[in-house]
Design a protein around this ligand. Sequence first.
Ligand SMILES: [Zn+2]
Length: 431
Amino acid sequence: MVFIPEIEKQQSEEQNTFQLRKLKEVIAYIKANSAFYAGHLNAFEAQIENIRSLSDLQSLPVTTKEDLQQHNWDFLCIPKKDIREIMSTSGTLGSPVFIALSSNDLERLAYNEMLSFHCMEVDENDVFQLMLTLDRQFMAGIAYYSGLSEIGAAVIRSGPGLPALQWETMKALDVTGLVAVPSFITKMLDFAEEQHIPFRDFKAKKILAIGESLRDDNLEPNALAQRIKSKWNIELYSTYASTEMQTAFTECNAGKGGHHHPELIIVEILDENGNQVQKGEAGEITITTLGVEAMPLLRYRTGDIAKAYYEPCSCGRNTMRLGPVLGRKQQMIKFKGTTIYPPQLFDVLNNLEAIKDYAVTLSADETGQDKLILYVYTEMQDSDCNQLIKPVFQHKWRVVPHIIYCSAAEIQALHFADNSRKPQRFRDLRN
Ligand SMILES: [Zn+2]
């Protein structure tokens, strides 16, 4: 049975009223319990008194990633003895941040991810294979694990990598669903085709696709999603989450963006000047956590740029959805006046079947201009591959990238260059 909380079926006005009440509780709580927010909100008594609607949030200061980095433990609202687990962000941009969770926070995390799997219509008959890191202070792994346990599905912790073993496990244990990085799925499919593994006869029907977008700006399947779907008739569900917000936005069968769960988080979309954008415009996802006990966040700027969608969804949830992350604010690339984000580059490269794997770095040249280097693994001749890539970049962005051809292993090494828990296709070396 698919579970939809009552609040998610209500009208948006009722959801807003609910969130406003919760917001006031959060503000009172963090002022009283967090050393950081006690100081941060000190001069805002009048504004706090005057909050009458969610848009009044704009009168309060934002919280930045730097705040969290510099004052990490001042965010803690509970006695240290009540901490049950300490997780950390991946630190792909700057130094990692520690996020402490109480036992209620761990339950909230499980509830949140249970809602994600309900969006995917997962039930207790499902057998899920988790192809991701489950240790190294990584929140996502434990979140999926506990969400599936909450539903009563069986879980297999196969971890990342090793295509041969992943396929063997899927076959041996009649796996019905996967949690995986989509570009890893494309590698698994290449491997299966080479080895003549009859994967289309296996029982897997759905994938929770983490870490990479599967949709373009119009919510249509992007090149990565098409590359998977062209080989394998499997349902793909996108999800967006981060350690700091301890909350995920996961697509339902309609595939129209990741559903917001209003009982868990308040979302604002802000423009460059910190104002809430007009409905339908892209901006920075800015969140206020609800129900978080150890390290709640008020107006935390995630750095991720996306659009929100408000039309009713066919699944019966009456909640806002977040579209794909168009890019990270800090990773914006400027070429001759055009602004692009790494996911747009990935989409072009994923579209080229001959490119088996790739990594991208961005550095500054002698004149301070952004310089793009593509590291490409292909079975084609280098000169033929140049002919394939360069015109596409020239046509789309009027830029000719520098291309370096590498082995599969060299690309893999680049993906994990920072000893990261997740593959990083893009590295920004400008600073
Ligand atoms: Zn829906």
